[in-house]
Unconditional design. Structure first.
Lengths: 211, 211
């Protein structure tokens, strides 16, 4: 089913999920492609195309059932599975991720953080224990981990990625501001904050072309 | 010059800038489309097309001059101008942005933070003073601000955006996990962390299709 989904649609999927979650929370049970398009700044026909593309939920004239569509998109996004997460780096970004309420609600469960700073190692961030980086391999040998979040300085990121790979971790969510080399069977998704800020400054400099 | 630049190229521009900065820091003075393509996981012909597209720096067979190309892309990205920035919310994300070393180096200068928490208001985050949210309008009347960073809970984001707009701020970098309504002459770029994490879980669920 998802084999024919284009990259552009994949990029839009989390947006659909977010809007449908907000609609569900607001008690909305069904929505037309027109209304959903207005919320998401897409045309009704683009909405219909996207939704047809990921599973044929087209109900032209009747609207989409919000919960059903949200559940279906959640499945495509892999959200029906619980993911075990560790966070490397207990600085501001690591703590922001650990405390982000939506992540645990959507099944991303942070089970440990790792740092090298004396006043952090041995403490807890909420429920989450903070271990020393030296204990990483021992921890991974005992606990299966689906996703490792890299929230440490750029200069440590590449070595840490290799240690994670050697211990069997195959998915990285990277906040270090660099593009990491990684084996083909390891997935890496980057959050390059500077890229996002530069897109804003680009649009400010070329404001006449902006949406 | 930048009038013909497609959205896809604009999305890639910050990546070019990042790689060229790293190359410059490593002492590399010129690079071929082949080598740059390998670093960026693009084909040499895509590199040449992109670079032609944003200003005809094509030097096939001779390579690109790293500093010159970086300077040119920096100009297109609006990085030659200094941007005055304020951060709304002095929690983990606000502090991570305030402390991100690259931002100030690239001309994004945080001049104030705002919060409502008693133990934060009146303190300084490094050099940056933290004011009470009630002082926002007074501050903006006295200081021109180019970009406001929304790093506060979702439920306060929309009202705060309106206050910023009413005080003349026209560009928002939004970390609140919601899509904000905004006037046409206000630019909003979102960092939706959940979208990024869901792209990772999508790729994990459909690993056979991943890069």
């Amino acid at each position: 089913m998802a084999g024919h989904v284009s990259d552009a649609v994949i990029r839009r999927l989390p947006g659909y999920y977010r809007h449908l979650r907000e609609l569900e929370a607001a008690g909305v049970t069904s929505i037309s492609s027109q209304e959903l398009g207005e919320r998401m700044h897409l045309t009704p026909s683009q909405i219909r195309q996207d939704i047809n593309c990921f599973g044929g939920f087209g109900r032209q004239g009747y609207g989409y059932k919000v919960s059903e569509l949200k559940g279906h998109i959640g499945e495509i996004l892999g959200l029906t599975k619980e993911h075990q997460v560790i966070i490397l780096g207990a600085g501001n970004i690591g703590c922001a991720v650990a405390r982000y309420p939506t992540f645990s609600r959507e099944g991303f469960k942070t089970i440990a953080m790792f740092d090298v700073t004396e006043d952090k190692v041995g403490t807890r961030m909420g429920d989450i224990p903070v271990y020393h980086m030296d204990e990483l391999e021992k921890f991974l040998a005992a606990h299966p981990v689906d996703i490792a979040v890299l929230a440490l300085p750029k200069r440590y990121a590449q070595d840490t990625l290799q240690r994670l790979y050697d211990s069997g971790v195959r998915a990285i969510w990277n906040f270090a501001p660099t593009d990491l080399q990684h084996p083909d069977d390891m997935l890496v998704v980057n959050v390059h904050l500077m890229d996002s800020l530069q897109q804003l400054s680009y649009r400010m400099a070329h404001r006449e072309n902006a949406e």
